[in-house]
Design a protein around this ligand. Sequence first.
Ligand SMILES: Nc1ncnc2c1ncn2[C@@H]1O[C@H](COP(=O)(O)OP(=O)(O)OP(=O)(O)O)[C@@H](O)[C@H]1O
Ligand SMILES: [Mg+2]
Length: 287
Amino acid sequence: MSRKIYEVREISYTYPTGKMALEDISMDIYRGELVAVVGPNGAGKTTLLKILDGLIFPQKGEVRFMGKPLTEDVLTDEKEMEWFRSRVGFLFQNPDIMLFSPTVMEDVAFGPLHLYEKEKALAVTEEIMKKLGIYHLRDRHPYNLSGGEKKKASIAAVLALDPQVVLLDEPTRDLDLKNRNYILGLIGELRDRGKTVIMATHDLRAIRLADRCYVINREMIFSGRPRELFSREDILEEANLEIPEIVRLLRSVGIEEVPLTLEEAAALLTRHMEKCGWGKLPQDAED
Ligand SMILES: Nc1ncnc2c1ncn2[C@@H]1O[C@H](COP(=O)(O)OP(=O)(O)OP(=O)(O)O)[C@@H](O)[C@H]1O
Ligand SMILES: [Mg+2]
């Protein structure tokens, strides 16, 4: 089986208003990868994810999903549509679009009830709601949830179907620290379970988790590993992203290498201090 999940070739998309949201975008997404799509507001990230989810179709270029063309024609075939929908889950940027039932439980159960017989569907729904810590909200109207609760409910609705490919539009937006940590952990877990995850994000911590990232601003402006991205001030500036503070700290003492974690930063700093003859950092000095 091909390792390529998506092949995107020079696609352009213009909205009916005449606004060109994407121009000549190409990318390859491989099985099991965690990919971040980054870019400033209005860069076309959501438009790109909608194309990868077969909701809209580029006027120019080609998208293939697991080798098959992802076109309007192909998806009008009910079997093809079912095949595609059972493999790809999409978390919308705005949870209100995804939550439309009278209760949270019904929303999360909506997909499973289409896919499985009732008993299994309800068991799967309960399990994912418990995992995401929203089981106590099961009888509430989704309209009355907080932003973070809505986000978790819509993530549960996507994951309840256990899709092979997960498209996440701003998965950590509107979440407090605890829930953001939890969702970042969940994204890592999806990758560890072999899922292919593509997320649009502005969250530096989410970007750090990624195997690869694409930065777009209507056109493709960068593709590479997060570490390379964090060393490219020009690209970070165009993407309206802050240079990570640990990178700025190390630069201020003359270290050009780019750490991804605090542990890496501490190791780089210790090595630098030893080289400069400043001795060791206090916790090492006690040894
Ligand atoms: N339905 C639409 N009709 C017309 N123009 C649209 C529509 N949806 C988005 N656009 C425009 O297309 C461009 C790309 O929008 P998109 O939502 O893809 O950006 P984004 O990168 O997801 O931004 P954000 O970070 O704010 O979510 C923007 O200029 C936006 O105004
Ligand atoms: Mg968006």
